[in-house]
Design a protein around this ligand. Sequence first.
Ligand SMILES: [Zn+2]
Length: 82
Amino acid sequence: MSRPSRPHLPMRPLWRCRVCGSDWPCQPARLALLVEYRNDRTALMLYLSALLAEAGAQLSQLNGEAPPEGLTERFLGWARAR
Ligand SMILES: [Zn+2]
């Protein structure tokens, strides 16, 4: 049973959602971020860029190699203004 009020936050250093287990940002997390930053897309992109840098560093350390492919798209692709 999932409780809708529980925030979908990333589990470091795996960067999977604590609630649904998907790669973060999962769909509910994206929606919540879009709502939270609805008036400031620039701040959202800055926030996601910072998380992307952190995730890239942690994931590449875990794998012992370069960050996973598509990480930039995963963090930033969905949030870009269309
Ligand atoms: Zn989730």
